[in-house]
Design a protein. Structure first.
Ligand code: AMP
Ligand code: MG
Length: 499
C-alpha cells in the first residue's frame, strides 16, 4: 500500500510531539476499510489484501513514508485546566495532500501507550471505535464538518474497562488534529516559538485566504476560528446533535467536529438533554453547546493574546469584540438554518418567535425532533392531511393531551399561512425542507444495536446501519425503520465514555 505522506506536522518544533512507533496488537483483523475515502486521500490500496490493510491500520506494520508521532496538548476538561494531556492512545501516522490539494492527517487511535498515556493503557475497546466510525460518517453524510473514518481493525486482544471487552484500532482522518488545547499548552509553557509556529501552521493550513503578512494576522485567525465554531455548533443544534464532551482538547482549530465519545442525536426534543454519563451537571447539554463553545474560545483567546498586536489591554479588547461577534454569527446561522427547516427562503421578523413557540411545543409533547421536521414537509399545504405530523403524538413516551394538540394545530395554521404568503413555489419549499431535514440519523438505539451485534462477531448490523446513513436526506424504502425513534425497551438513556 502506498500512502503519499508529506508529514508537515513533524516539521514543527520538537516540543509539539513525541515520535514513536505504534505498539503491535496480537491478531489484527480488518472490520472495515473506507475505500472511497482512501481514494480521496490518494492511497493506492489496489495491491493490498485485507490482511495488509489490517496490519497497517492496527499499527503492526508502519507504512513507508510514515513518521508516527503523538501530539502534545493540554486542555480544560469540564472547566478545569489539565496541564498535560496529549495523544495518550493515538498516533499521527503522518499527513498527506489529498486529491483536492488539502492537507489531511491520518491517525491511529488505540495504537498503544505513549509518553502522554498517564495511567491509561493506550488501547480502545471495539464499541467506542465502531461508535466513532458510525457517528463521524453519518455527520459527513449530513453535511457537517467532521473528522472521517478510514478503517477499523479488531486487535484480537481484550481491553479491560468496567469488564474485559474486545479491543480495536480506529483510524481517523482530519483536516488536522490541532485543538484549542494544543495552543493552550504552549501558552501555558510560555513557549513563544512553538506557539507562533503552530499558529502560522494553522493559518496556512486551514485559513489560507488570510493575509499571512498582515500585522493583525493572528487576530484575524482567531476571528476565523470563532466563525467556524459558531457555524459548526449551529449545525449541531439544527440536527439535534449533542457532542457530550466539549473540553478544549476536543475542539479543533479547523472547525471539524472531533472526538465522538459519549455523543448522541436526540430523539424527543429536550433543550436540556444530556446523554453522557460523565456529564452529571449538564455542562455539555444540548442547549449549552453554543455558550460552551464561546467559553472554550475565550480560553483560546487567552492562549493567543501574546500574538496579538498592541499592549495587553488592546489585545483583550480585540478578543472581547470577536467573542461577542461569535454570538451573533452563531445566532444568525442557527436562525437561517431553522427557517430553512421550516421551508422559508429567508428570515423575517417574527420567525424567531415562531421557532421558539414550536420548540416549546416539541418539548412539552416530548415529540421526536428529527421526525417532526421531516414530516412537516408532508403538510405544507393548508388542505393537507396532518396525520403524518399529528400521529407523532401517539408514539410511546409522547405527552399527548388535547391542549397540546390544539396548540400544534394553531402553530401549523399560522406556519402554513406564512408559507403561502412568503413562498410561491411549493415544490421548492418541499425540496428545501427535505434537503435539510434528515430522514435518517444515527439514532442511539441503532448504534447500540450495531455495537452489540459486533461484540458477538456479527458485523452485518453495523454494515447495514452505515448503508442506511449514507443518504440521510433521501427517502429509502429499504431503510424506513431506521427513521423511527426507539420503542421504550430500546431506549438508551446514557452513553458512557467507556473509552
Ligand atoms: P478523550 O476523553 O478521548 O478526549 O481523552 C482525553 C485524554 O485522555 C487524551 O489525552 C487521551 O489521549 C487520554 N486517554 C483516553 N483514553 C486513554 C487510554 N485508554 N490510554 C491512554 N490515554 C487515554
Ligand atoms: Mg479527546
Amino acid at each position: 500500500m502506498k500512502i503519499p505522506f508529506v508529514n508537515a506536522y513533524a516539521q514543527l518544533p520538537d516540543a509539539c510531539f513525541a515520535k514513536l512507533p505504534p505498539t503491535p496488537v496480537r491478531a489484527p483483523r480488518l472490520i472495515r476499510f473506507n475505500y472511497p475515502l482512501a481514494q480521496e486521500l490518494g492511497i493506492d490500496s489496489s495491491a493490498a489484501s485485507d490482511q495488509d490493510i489490517a496490519d497497517i491500520f492496527a499499527g503492526n506494520r508502519v507504512p513507508d513514508g510514515a513518521d508516527p508521532l503523538a501530539m502534545a496538548y493540554c486542555g480544560h476538561q469540564f472547566g478545569q485546566l489539565n496541564p498535560q494531556l496529549g495523544d495518550g492512545r493515538a498516533l499521527l501516522l503522518g499527513d498527506v495532500i489529498d486529491q483536492q490539494g488539502r492537507q489531511r492527517d491520518i491517525q491511529l487511535k488505540g495504537s498503544g501507550r505513549t509518553p502522554f498515556s498517564r495511567g491509561g493503557d493506550g488501547r480502545s475497546p471495539l464499541g467506542p471505535a465502531l461508535r466513532e466510525y458510525i457517528l463521524c460518517e453519518a455527520m459527513y453524510a449530513l453535511g457537517v464538518p467532521t473528522t472521517r473514518a478510514l478503517a477499523v481493525v479488531s486487535s484480537g486482544e481484550q481491553v479491560v474497562r468496567e469488564q474485559p471487552e474486545p479491543g480495536a484500532v480506529f483510524t481517523r482522518v482530519a483536516a488536522s488534529h490541532i485543538r484549542v488545547g494544543t495552543l493552550q499548552l504552549f501558552a501555558l509553557r510560555q513557549d513563544e516559538q512553538a506557539l507562533r509556529a503552530l499558529a502560522d501552521h494553522v493559518l496556512e493550513r486551514h485559513y489560507p485566504h488570510l493575509d499571512r503578512t498582515a500585522d493583525d494576522r493572528y487576530v484575524q485567525l482567531f476571528a476565523a476560528i470563532c466563525r467556524r465554531q459558531a457555524e459548526l455548533i449551529a449545525q449541531w443544534l439544527l440536527l439535534g446533535f449533542i457532542h457530550g464532551v466539549m473540553n478544549t482538547d476536543n475542539m479543533t482549530l479547523s472547525g471539524e467536529t472531533i472526538d465522538y465519545g459519549p455523543c448522541a442525536f436526540m430523539d424527543a426534543f429536550k433543550a436540556g438533554q444530556v446523554f453522557s454519563s460523565i456529564d452529571q451537571r449538564g455542562r455539555y447539554a444540548y442547549q449549552n453547546q453554543p455558550a460552551i463553545g464561546q467559553w472554550n474560545l475565550a480560553r483560546l483567546a487567552e492562549a493567543m493574546l501574546s500574538l496579538f498586536p498592541g499592549d495587553e489591554d488592546a489585545a483583550i479588547q480585540q478578543a472581547t469584540t470577536i467573542l461577542k461577534d461569535y454570538n451573533n454569527i452563531h445566532s444568525q446561522a442557527w436562525e437561517q438554518g431553522m427557517v430553512r427547516k421550516l421551508g422559508f427562503s429567508s428570515v423575517v421578523a417574527g420567525d424567531v418567535q415562531r421557532i421558539a413557540g414550536l420548540l416549546e411545543l416539541l418539548e412539552q409533547g416530548a415529540l421526536d425532533y428529527t421526525l417532526f421536521f421531516r414530516r412537516l414537509g408532508q403538510v405544507t399545504q393548508p388542505n393537507a392531511d396532518r396525520s403524518p405530523v399529528l400521529s407523532l403524538l401517539n408514539l410511546p413516551d409522547c405527552r399527548n393531551n388535547a391542549a397540546l394538540e390544539r396548540a400544534l394545530h394553531e402553530w401549523l395554521d399560522e406556519w402554513q399561512q406564512q408559507l403561502a404568503q412568503r413562498e410561491t413555489e411549493s415544490a421548492e419549499v418541499i425540496a428545501r425542507m427535505q434537503s435539510v431535514n434528515p430522514a435518517i440519523i444515527p439514532r442511539n438505539h441503532r448504534v447500540a444495536e450495531a455495537i452489540e451485534a459486533a461484540e458477538n462477531d456479527d458485523f452485518s448490523v453495523f454494515e447495514t446501519l452505515l448503508s442506511a446513513l449514507e443518504q440521510p436526506y433521501a427517502e429509502q424504502a429499504a431503510f424506513e425503520h431506521y427513521q423511527l425513534p426507539p420503542e421504550p425497551e430500546q431506549k438508551v438513556l446514557r452513553t458512557f465514555c467507556g473509552t
